[in-house]
Design a protein around this ligand. Structure first.
Ligand code: FES
Ligand SMILES: [Fe+2]
Length: 419
């Protein structure tokens, strides 16, 4: 990409724990975020299980940019830009499929699924010109962690391991719930679109202050007892891993309750095949610990939200237009669990689900609210008097404290003020 990026000074819009509302609504800020965040840092694109076979492809995105994720003949995952080098037409319009080559519908140029130009119509028109440079644009850096594929439009920069840092451990914790150590994102995606800035969504994913109020109705209807996790007596924690990655660590509360599969509202007796597969994979004691702790609730900056039983991918399309792509978590070798994971996902974030609908209402109201003139600043100081470093050196505080938002904005500022 040919980007001209200038350093920015955000000191007039971020003052300690106070954030200026215009950072959510200013179209110029959004353009700069595309250049300095979405087209520079590592962004989650898709999961390897979505392209299991050679020549499989699936249409994904990095910010507003469509990206084709393919499994090439070489077995490698490629990320290609969906733009014909001839005159710009989109070469792939299907959401997913299996294709060795993509043919542009406009003038029939054809590309290998690793991006190389394979053929073009009526070649005499190009005499003996070298056409080998005219392939599809590629995302310069592609890397994966435990099957989660990330891309970066920056040719150089921190490695994916550097970017994930301590948050990689949350992905390990997730994978432990599969008897085979792998998750699969094969249940299909729903898309939820909101007229709100992407950062409201990003921050809300690890905001433990709102569930007791925004989600009171679903907690009541489901009789899940989940509301207690986010009460003021909860022992759960918020954590800032650095690099913008944040979590709500519910394990202290689940350990206090000491009920295997309690995090999922069930018991091992109701899932005998899963429980015995977990014991065979990990040993009885470790399996019990994993089944008590539950899956993580972690937001990998800027767009991958692992929400215990679902995976959300945040896609900004414009300053006030954000799509969340959501799918049920599926555990390899966990067939008995997987059906329930799909059912619970439909119940909570499906078309008739309350959970995301309630959050979406908050996103849109907040986006409208911050456009009022006064007061100009948002305040994110909750719990700053009781935040502390954990044994690994990460900042933690109470489940309802705003440690995650403060961590996100610190990282945001570093990225946006970089040259
Ligand atoms: S625009 Fe693709 S072949 Fe012409
Ligand atoms: Fe919520």
């Amino acid at each position: 990409m040919n980007l001209s990026v200038q350093p920015t000074d955000l000191s007039d819009r971020i003052r300690g724990e106070h954030i200026h509302g215009s950072l959510y609504t200013d179209p110029a800020v959004f353009q700069e975020e595309l250049e300095k965040i979405w087209y520079r840092t590592w962004v989650y694109v898709g999961h390897e299980s979505e392209v299991p076979e050679t020549n499989d492809f699936v249409l994904k995105s990095i910010g507003p940019q469509p990206v084709i994720m393919t499994r090439g003949a070489d077995g490698e995952v490629h990320l290609l830009q969906n733009r014909c080098p001839h005159r710009g037409n989109q070469v792939c319009t299907r959401a997913k499929g299996n294709a060795r080559r993509f043919t542009c519908p406009f003038h029939n140029w054809t590309f290998e699924n690793d991006g190389r130009l394979a053929a073009y119509a009526f070649p005499e028109g190009y005499a003996d010109r070298d056409m080998s440079e005219l392939g599809l644009g590629r995302v310069p850096r592609v890397a994966s962690y435990r099957g989660f594929v990330f891309g970066s439009f920056a040719g150089t920069g921190p490695t994916l391991a550097d970017h994930l840092g301590g948050a990689a451990e949350t992905i390990d914790r997730l994978c432990e719930h599969s008897p085979e150590g792998e998750v699969e994102l094969t249940a299909g995606f729903l898309q939820h679109r909101v007229k709100a800035n992407w950062k409201f969504v990003l921050e809300n994913e690890t905001d433990g202050y709102h569930p007791a109020f925004v989600h009171a109705s679903i907690f009541k209807v489901a009789e899940s007892g989940l509301g207690g996790l986010y009460g003021d007596r909860s022992t759960a924690l918020t954590r800032d891993f650095g690099n913008g990655h944040t979590e709500i660590d519910l394990r202290p509360e689940f350990r206090r309750l000491d009920r295997p599969m309690g995090w999922f509202g069930t018991t091992p007796e109701k899932l005998p095949d899963y429980a015995s597969a977990m014991a065979a994979a990990h040993g009885a004691d470790k399996a019990r610990e994993i089944m008590i702790d539950g899956t993580p609730h972690v937001m990998i900056f800027p767009n991958l939200f692992i929400a215990e039983i679902q995976i959300f991918v945040i896609q900004p399309r414009a300053v006030d237009d954000t799509v969340q792509h959501v799918t049920a978590l599926q555990l390899k070798g966990g067939r008995e669990m997987n059906r329930r994971l799909r059912q619970q996902t439909m119940g909570s974030v499906g078309p008739a689900g309350f959970l995301l609908a309630d959050d979406s209402e908050m996103y849109e109201r907040t986006h409208r609210g911050v456009q009022s003139l006064q007061p100009e600043w948002l305040f994110l100081g909750r719990g700053d008097h009781r935040e502390r470093r954990d044994a690994d050196g990460y900042m933690v505080a109470h489940a309802t404290d705003e440690v995650p938002s403060r961590g996100i904005w610190q990282h945001y500022r570093r990225l946006m003020e970089a040259a």
